[in-house]
Design a protein around this ligand. Sequence first.
Ligand SMILES: Cc1cc2nc3c(=O)[nH]c(=O)nc-3n(C[C@H](O)[C@H](O)[C@H](O)COP(=O)(O)O)c2cc1C
Length: 226
Amino acid sequence: MPMEWAFPADQKEGVYRAIYERRDVRHFKAGAIAEEVLNRIIDAGLAAPSVGYMQPWRFVRIQQASLREEIFQLAEHERQQTAAALGERKEEFLRLKTDGIRECAEVIVVLLCDHRERYIFGRRSMPHMDLASASCAIQNMWLAARAEGIGLGWVSLFDPDELRALLKAPNGAEPIAILCLGHVERFDERPLLETAGWDSHRERADVLMTDQWITPTAGYSDKDSL
Ligand SMILES: Cc1cc2nc3c(=O)[nH]c(=O)nc-3n(C[C@H](O)[C@H](O)[C@H](O)COP(=O)(O)O)c2cc1C
């Protein structure tokens, strides 16, 4: 069957290349991101699918150095809290680099908009589809950034109430990501959490089921903290 709507082979390859070579980046090198490149990355986010077309994403670009430092301190505080909650993997976690807030060229906070309760379409039984939609926007940005040669890291280590207050966002808005963007020395071949031994890649056979859920015989116990 000819695939009449498929992209030409080289363009298809480009799409898959961005998907497989995208990395969560936490190590950045100096240098500003050209304004037109940053705008293309943000516009890629705005092209994402969203439940009921609600487009719940909002972005706050951080330009004040003191505000960036306060955001870093929030992440650092949450990193310590996370470490304490991890129990026996605490030291291993603390050795991981979990953000690039201080070093990256651009920090952009992504929030869910306020008044989301007005949006019922696709959210009546699953209100968290707003978060799913904004995550699609971030994934688009991640892929666009990779294609542009720009690294992007998603930092979710923060107290959302405190970050909302720092940005003077309304009560109904919810910060979901601190995005760090910048130039990189390289894109690692594998996720940092994989090379550091934190967790391993799940193969298709591990996650794809047919017709019904199959509980694996071996796996993580409820007691393991990840
Ligand atoms: C919703 C979400 C939140 C994340 N938050 C963090 C974070 O706070 N700190 C961090 O180091 N990585 C964070 N990451 C990145 C993941 O650790 C990373 O995606 C995963 O290890 C796989 O690596 P890869 O993105 O390079 O393939 C986050 C990723 C997602 C999707």
